[in-house]
Design a protein. Structure first.
Length: 387
């Protein structure tokens, strides 16, 4: 079979229209956006146009955008950059058990320096219980970070309720919205900081942004990088103009095509699930199908080691969990957080359907999976008899 890419939560191919928008800024329009001459002004104008595209796509102000190297840096800037300015009010932080390592590890770094950290469990669908979050907020709680949509199980969190609860208590709220931007409707009125990245929405790798709401006077970010004082001193470094242009174009396209893309990937996701459930026994869905990203499917195939199955499916790109922790062989902390056993977590596969996938590809993948599962289960039964 031809190669099929179903790992769009790990990364996406760059849309040709994004490539076209970026092309002049690799060579022809190569100026430094900080330079005070015609070449610099041309680059600066491109950056400002990209700011306007990003701002329009998520309903923020262009001045609220801080460009970073990606979402990991944006998450770290939000958490580590805000902590010093909040220290007088308190050093208690709240997050969930299924956050991205960029959030959890940054918060654990603060914990190692004496801060207090409350990590909230999630329910069997992967959602934070708002009443438990409200109970966790204290007088000395200064920041809460909960991702908008999970990268492994696709669960969409009740961000509106969570951010409103934080605002009532005077607690800053940050959300890693990497998987949500361009995929689902978003209202960011009560959100203080939001992280995003280009390569999840058919843009280039190496560029992201932190949205810092100017209407929130409690945010006094300290930079993580020092140098030329770029971006109001929040993030020094020469702006990567081509990448920023790519991020802007990717955001604009994602916003204008969101509904169309969502319908397409959900139809394919549902077809994938229908066939797998109909043709493979003992297959269960991890997480909820109600509040879920439209192209996400995470399933547990009992009695089959997921890594072994993916090795057999050499022409199919899927994953056993987050790409950011794929070097580790521990069971997914997200799946364990749902209540799965280590064996069940190791038997789980994540599929991320993208805008350019086809029904023919999905059927070809299903055919291959069904055959390989039967082979692996036959080997497993044989081994059991041998023992």
């Amino acid at each position: 079979m031809a190669r099929v890419y179903l790992d769009h939560h790990a990364t996406t191919p760059v849309d040709p229209r994004v490539e076209e928008a970026m092309a002049p800024y690799w060579g022809q329009a190569f100026g430094n956006a900080a330079s005070a001459h015609i070449f610099g002004w041309e680059a600066a104008e491109a950056v400002e146009n990209a700011r306007a595209q990003i701002a329009a796509s998520i309903a923020c102000k262009p001045s609220e955008i801080v460009f970073t190297s990606g979402a990991t840096e944006a998450d770290n800037l939000a958490i580590l950059g805000s902590a010093p300015g909040l220290a007088r009010r308190g050093r208690h932080f709240v997050t969930s058990a299924i956050e991205h390592p960029a959030v959890l590890d940054a918060l654990r770094h603060l914990e190692a320096q004496g801060a207090e950290l409350s990590i909230l469990p999630v329910d069997s669908e992967g959602r934070v219980r708002v009443d438990e979050l409200k109970a966790a907020l204290r007088d000395d709680t200064v920041l809460c970070s909960v991702m908008w949509a999970n990268n492994e199980i696709g669960t969409i969190q009740p961000v509106g309720e969570i951010s409103a609860a934080c605002r009532e208590r005077g607690v800053l709220f940050h959300t890693d919205a990497v998987q949500a931007v361009g995929r689902i409707p978003m209202a960011i009125d009560s959100i203080d900081m939001l992280s995003l990245t280009a390569h999840k929405i058919y843009g280039p790798k190496g560029i992201g942004a932190l949205i810092v709401r100017r209407r929130t006077p409690r945010i006094h970010l300290q930079p993580l990088l020092f140098g030329g004082g770029h971006q109001d001193g929040l993030r020094s470094g020469t702006l990567p103009v081509a990448l920023i242009v790519g991020l802007g174009e990717a955001c604009a396209l994602a916003a204008s095509e969101r509904e169309q893309r969502a319908r397409h990937v959900q139809e394919l996701r549902d077809h994938l699930l229908y066939r797998l459930q109909a043709e493979i026994e003992d297959l269960t869905v991890n997480g909820t199908l109600r509040e879920r990203l439209p192209g996400n499917l995470n399933v547990c195939i009992q009695g089959v080691e997921a890594e072994a199955l993916l090795l057999e499916l050499r022409e199919v790109a899927a994953s056993t969990g987050s790409a950011c922790s794929s070097a580790e062989h521990h069971p997914s902390s997200v799946l364990l957080g749902l209540g799965l056993s280590p064996d069940e977590a190791h038997a789980s596969i994540r599929f991320g359907v993208g805008k350019d996938n086809t029904l023919e590809e999905i059927d070809a993948v299903c055919d291959a999976i069904v055959k390989k599962v039967e082979v692996l289960r036959s080997f497993s039964r044989h081994d059991s008899r041998e023992r």
